[in-house]
Design a protein around this ligand. Structure first.
Ligand code: SPD
Length: 332
């Protein structure tokens, strides 16, 4: 257990919630179920959503551990991916590869419609999607509904380059349940809804269900778009099939699946469900609102690291095994 001596929790953080007997982080380190006892000093991401496998990262220091009303929240400094945000034992982002997820979940929908003005982000409490939405100069109003205030506070403290999204004056933060927020949203009020959720175990479960998609469709204007986190083609074809089936019933415009690589997510990939409501046709595979030109003006957040128009179109090319299943589901 020699490496445990290198692991210590921050003592100066106002957000820190030390556990009993946890003066320097070492005790918490020993008792956390996701810190491997086989390889001390490593975080292993173990979940019934990816049985029989667990990606591991070497831990340099635990910076924060807390328990919110909804979930366990942890931040650690990794040896190779920068700081890491973990909710209920599952990696939400790392400083090194978060761009691949946040840029794609945002620009795939927003670059597919002309002149988006009003956007809702559901989840996304770390602020990374807000940072990306704010790159679009046409946007006038951004609502975000995040259920867990601790995620917002921890992100602002430990991930300033991600939470920078909150600095944009167009952003309106609502702490609450995204399902209820959407139900109450005025009909036809958003150009785009982005659902940046955690996995469908825990507080995000309802965000994968048909009634939620119905509320999204109602809140969108005709020809409005939604992009929702839609898991991994390697691990979750059953979940993806359900999402596709639900979305085909609810969204009367286009329904498409896209994906990207995120090395620290299970299986190294994650997908997105992109749908539009009945109205002006949306061709997701051929973006009409290029951000590359807009992005040259963006000073405060630096240039895009991952997204470009070629990768936008390529994201909709699926491996044969996934294409077959998704197309079959969509045809029903
Ligand atoms: N398997 C983890 C999926 C997490 C997706 N949401 C991440 C939030 C980043 N803004």
């Amino acid at each position: 257990m020699a490496e445990q001596t290198t692991v210590a929790a921050a003592t100066d953080s106002p957000l820190k919630r030390p556990r009993e007997g946890d003066e320097n982080g070492a005790a918490a380190f020993e008792t956390n179920a996701n810190i491997s006892s086989v390889i001390p000093g490593w975080f292993s991401e173990i979940s019934p959503m990816w049985p029989g496998e667990a990606h591991s990262l070497k831990v340099e220091k635990i910076l924060f551990q807390g328990k919110s009303e909804y979930q366990d929240v942890m931040v650690f400094q990794s040896a190779t991916y920068g700081k890491v945000l973990v909710l209920d034992g599952v990696i939400q982002l790392t400083e090194r590869d978060e761009c691949a997820y946040q840029e794609m979940i945002t620009h795939l929908p927003l670059c597919s419609i002309p002149n988006p003005k009003k956007v809702l982000v559901v989840g996304g409490g770390d602020g990374g999607v807000l940072r990306e939405v704010a790159r679009h100069t046409s946007i006038e109003h951004i609502d975000i509904c995040e259920i867990d205030k601790m995620v917002v506070d921890v992100s602002k403290e430990f991930f300033p380059d991600v939470a920078v999204g909150y600095d944009d004056p167009r952003v309106n933060l609502h702490i609450g349940d995204g399902v209820a927020f959407l139900k109450a949203a005025p009909e036809g009020s958003y150009d785009a809804v982005i659902v940046d959720s955690s996995d469908p175990i825990g507080p995000a479960q309802e965000l994968f269900e048909k009634p939620f998609f119905e509320s999204v469709a109602k809140a969108l204007r005709p020809g409005g778009v939604v992009c929702t986190q839609a898991e991994s083609i390697w691990l979750h074809m059953d979940i993806i099939e359900d999402i596709v089936a639900n979305c085909c019933q609810v969204f009367k415009g286009s329904v498409n699946y896209a994906w990207t690589t995120v090395p620290t997510y299970p299986s190294g990939v994650i997908g997105f469900m992109l749908c539009s409501t009945e109205g002006p046709k949306v061709d997701f595979k051929n973006p009409v609102n290029p951000i590359d030109a807009i992005d040259k003006q963006s000073k405060s957040v630096g240039p895009l690291k991952f997204y470009n128009k070629e990768i936008h179109s390529a994201a909709f090319c699926l491996p044969s095994f996934a294409k077959k299943v998704i197309e079959a589901k969509a045809a029903k």
